[in-house]
Design a binder for this molecule. Structure first.
Ligand code: SOE
Length: 381
């Protein structure tokens, strides 16, 4: 029996537009999903670029005004893969039009913006998800299983870092395509909303709510030429951020992100230390999970480097044979697979928009703590 289509309209053709489009195309080849994604339309202001994207990924049509895309009756899902300053407007209109909405991270440029998005989506009762894709790395999903099974025991420490080095040059401009992440009016913040948001989403998922934070931020390059105005303008983003966190489960957290760690490209690492066991994960070695269990027999006790390729591991039975690993793009395929199954069952898995708001409350508190120099409470979502 043929499966019903789920018609996708995507806003944006950048890095994330490609990651999402690839996921829609791949998912029915590997997962027995209840709907088949159909790539109906790509929307972007630049028609020529949108048409090139349409050709590459096989979209049926092009729109240059997102309002037209949202109004189209032949589209079921609006996927927002455009810069952060577009998320609220498009997500709210899409929810009001009765579409399911998938939104890139962070949900809002700040929590106030994210809250309005959540309210619109919940009022419309529309299915929604935020693309915090690292939850769906099989090794990270296995970490979640181990935590849920209580194997670590009482948690003492949560430690996460996301290190990059691509903005060190003072000659790098800010703003415009590819560089909007450096423009605070578009991005909302710097590494806090871009990189720490990933670390926070995973941390809330694995280790529960954060009550309060203390933080420092730094903007190393204070002025950069703006691509859109041609003028040298003040840089408003945080280039680096480090924060301490008190979790509700009484464990303590240390988090750091920067775009000034020479040599590191996307070094997202996390470590959890519990009374009985610890786990470590590293995005540069994403198909492995390090696990240490103090309850192992003494003479054999040590760190295990688990190669996450077995059919017992999350998601892996859908791919190749044991021993053959998968990578970054598969996390998006997993997210689409989970979303499609959730649509059919009526139980959409997280991260929901409300989960995205919870992360934005933490990033807001982190930035507030950096400004005040004091501990700041995190609002409950
Ligand atoms: C920034 O360089 C970036 O592309 C983030 O925007 C992504 O969310 C992260 O996954 C990789 O780094």
């Amino acid at each position: 029996m043929s499966k019903p289509p789920l018609r996708i309209g995507i806003v944006g053709y950048g890095f994330m537009g490609r990651a999402h489009s690839n996921a829609y195309r791949r998912v029915p080849n590997f997962f027995d999903v209840p709907y088949i994604p159909v790539l109906k339309a790509v929307c972007a202001r630049n028609r020529a670029r949108a048409e090139a994207f349409q050709q590459t990924w096989g979209y049926e049509s092009v729109e240059t005004d997102w309002r037209k895309l949202v109004d189209r009756k032949d589209i079921d899902v609006i996927d927002i893969a455009s810069p952060n300053d577009t998320h609220a407007e498009v997500a709210i209109a899409a929810a009001q039009a009765g579409k399911a909405v998938l939104c890139e991270k962070p949900l809002g440029r700040n929590a106030a913006e994210a809250k309005v998005i959540v309210e619109a989506a919940e009022k419309a009762k529309t299915p929604n998800m935020v693309w915090y894709n690292y939850r769906r790395v099989p090794a990270v999903a296995l970490a979640k299983e181990l935590v849920n099974e209580g194997r670590l025991g009482r948690i003492f420490h949560y430690r996460a870092r996301f290190l990059q080095d691509w903005t060190i040059s003072k000659d790098l401009p800010q703003g415009g395509e590819g560089l909007w992440r450096l423009d605070v009016s578009v991005a909302g913040s710097g590494v806090t909303g871009d990189l720490l948001a990933h670390c926070i989403d995973t941390a809330l998922w694995l280790n529960g709510p954060i009550n309060s934070v203390a933080a420092i931020t730094q903007t190393f390059i204070k002025e950069r030429q703006h691509n859109l105005t041609g003028k040298v303008e003040k840089v408003g983003i945080d280039d680096a951020c480090a924060f301490l966190a008190h979790f509700a489960n009484s464990s303590q957290g240390t988090f750091e992100a920067t775009r000034y760690a020479r040599g590191h490209k996307a070094l997202y690492t996390l470590e959890i230390n519990g009374e009985n066991a610890s786990i470590i994960w590293d995005l540069h070695d994403l198909h492995r999970l390090q696990y240490f269990d103090h309850r192992d027999e003494g003479k054999l006790r040590g760190w295990r480097s688990i190669h996450i390729t077995d059919s017992d591991h999350p998601y892996m039975k859908h791919w190749w044979v044991p021993g053959l690993q998968i990578g970054y793009e598969h996390t998006f395929v997993h997210q689409v697979a989970d979303f499609l199954c959730g649509l059919a069952s009526g139980n959409i898995p997280g991260p929901s928009f409300r989960d995205g708001l919870a992360t934005d409350y933490v990033t807001d508190a982190v930035l507030a703590a950096a400004r005040s120099g004091a501990w700041e409470k995190v609002a409950a979502s």
